[in-house]
Design a protein around this ligand. Structure first.
Ligand code: FAD
Length: 497
């Protein structure tokens, strides 16, 4: 039997897992990546490489670790992240909907997929600095997210690329997938635009791993609504939704919550796209998510969210959208000296945008683009409504709230009364889109009648219906790896007619 010829579109985590899996099953794999080599790897390279998966105790993690003999491990308690917990974490963001088939696949195949990555020399390290605390000489992990790829997102993509090439995979950079070649409802190949112009590449199957449409303002407006055209983009400029458009033209179906996305408050003056040239921690410095320690005012001078609704992990990915929905798509975050030392380090980064003053009146005078009179009124009303009886404690939901406002602040409501006062201008930065193509349990792209389009598969951000109104951190990469592996196996093993 002749070898299956598979084209993989994109070179992020999902595409690379698809390529490795297809090669493992004996296919010939050609990857086409739109970006030049130094910008390849998609949003996957912008990440911390943190991956969420089911595990039942320390022993499950040992086969995944770069250094399983590290002495520190004897003093580390990873706890467990059982299937039921992952299910609940996803359900919390489903807006009342039950878990989808795709979410079950993500959860059920998460651990096996991580182990499989380990077999291909992709190694992980405990996230001691951000996901554990030290107690009685032990490192105790919390939150179910315990491991990140060696070398974060950049290291993850490098290790996957090495595995892909070791198995015989080939890649063409600066080569964009433009149109699917389709005959009698079956995929026959892909038309690409490369450095030497257009070319037709024949194949038995095409796997789309070309990311979401978050970097395409026109598509954001089309699917998500007018204001989304104005959002900034936190990651790669190359995820412009071409894969989605190709698949829709071939009969695929758009699936998921149309405007579903991960979007967070970001420095108003951040560049329009992310920057890979700076280290990961610094790359995050445009993020501004300490609103829970103060208040946010819009251009009309009004507060518009309950800044203390919940711990920031549960609100930050939704508050980007809230800011986008305000007049002129910006807001000011306002703090006083009492909380200054609690603001995350990115608020002190050398190019953070902010204004400062010794009185509230002076500060309000410096809030560019804001109705000053209403802003002053909102601050005074807020200050007068703060419950002075309860104590402030940012480590718990302290219940220190405002009373009687049109929009109360539920926790951490401190009076703004101690100079100097600082205000930071913020806007919305989109991380990635949640809606995409409808696929079946083999990652095959489905048509309107829920019938697989022969030879067409999708993975990663391209798959709709994995996330709806939010997501537990670290699930994006896992989803890419799970559906990538599935797509690779399916494409290599499918029967061709
Ligand atoms: C700043 C930031 C931090 C994040 N942190 C985390 C984290 O710690 N953990 C986590 O799980 N998730 C995180 N995410 C989300 C995560 O990045 C995504 O869920 C995941 O990387 C998506 O992988 P993917 O392979 O589907 O897409 P991508 O990695 O984006 O890859 C898509 C690739 O397709 C290419 N492409 C696009 N169009 C074409 C075309 N027409 N032809 C050829 N190639 C094309 C692109 O250039 C790109 O290389 C973060 C995202 C950002 C932006």
């Amino acid at each position: 039997m002749s070898k299956k010829k598979v084209i993989v579109v994109g070179s992020g985590n999902a595409a690379l897992c698809a390529g490795i899996a297809a090669l493992e099953k004996g296919a010939d794999v050609l990857m086409v990546e739109k970006a030049p080599e130094q910008e390849a790897g998609g949003n996957s390279r912008y990440t911390a490489g943190a991956m969420r998966f089911v595990y039942n105790g320390n022993e499950d993690l040992m086969p995944l670790l770069l250094n399983p003999n590290d002495e520190k491990l004897a003093h580390t308690e990873f706890g467990a992240y059982p299937k039921e917990k992952f299910q609940q974490d996803l359900l919390n963001f489903n807006g009342g909907m039950p878990l989808s088939m795709h979410q079950h696949i993500l959860i059920d195949q998460s651990y096996d997929t991580l182990k499989w990555m380990g077999e291909h020399d992709i190694r992980f390290e405990p996230i001691y600095s951000r996901q554990s605390f030290e107690k009685d000489g032990k490192f105790i992990f919390w939150g179910g997210l315990t491991l990140e790829a060696k070398g974060e997102g950049v290291g993850l993509v490098e290790a996957e690329m090495e595995a892909f090439k070791r198995l015989g995979g080939e890649i063409l950079f600066e080569t964009a997938g433009e149109e699917l070649m389709i005959e009698d409802g079956k995929i026959r190949g892909l038309i690409c635009e490369g450095p030497k112009g257009k070319m037709e590449i024949q194949a038995d199957a095409v796997i789309l791993g070309s990311g979401g449409f978050e970097a395409n303002a026109a598509l954001r407006e089309k699917y998500m609504g007018g204001n989304w055209g104005k959002s900034k983009v936190r990651g790669t400029p190359h995820n412009t939704g071409k894969g989605l458009e190709m698949a829709l033209a071939a009969g695929g179906v758009f699936h998921g919550i149309e405007d579903g996305c991960h979007a967070v408050p970001m420095d108003l003056n951040m560049p329009n796209y992310g920057n890979l040239e700076i280290p990961y921690i610094e790359r995050k410095h445009y993020r501004k998510i300490c609103y829970f320690l103060g208040i946010m005012l819009n251009a009309d001078g009004h507060r518009f969210v309950d800044e203390g609704e919940n711990f920031r992990n549960y609100t930050y990915a939704q508050f980007g959208r809230a800011i986008l929905n305000q007049p002129k798509q910006f807001a000011w975050q306002i703090f006083d000296k009492k909380v200054d030392s609690l603001l995350y380090s990115e608020y002190r980064f050398w190019d953070a945008s902010f204004v400062e003053a010794d009185t509230l009146e002076e500060l309000v005078g410096k809030l560019e683009g804001v109705d000053k009179e209403q802003a002053m009124k909102s601050i005074q009303e807020y200050n007068a409504a703060v419950d002075q009886e309860s104590g402030f404690d940012p480590t718990i939901l302290d219940g220190k709230s405002t009373k009687g406002l049109r929009l109360n602040k539920t926790n951490w409501a401190n009076t703004l009364d101690t100079p100097p006062y600082k205000a930071y201008p913020v806007t919305c930065g989109i991380t990635f889109t949640y809606a995409g193509l409808k696929v079946d349990d083999k990652a095959a792209v489905l048509d309107e009648k829920d019938k697989p389009i022969e030879g067409l598969y999708a993975c990663g951000e391209m798959v709709g219906g994995v996330f709806y109104y939010g997501y537990p951190g670290g699930s994006g990469l896992t989803s890419g790896a799970v559906f990538g592996r599935l797509a690779g196996y399916s494409a290599a093993e499918s029967k061709t007619s």
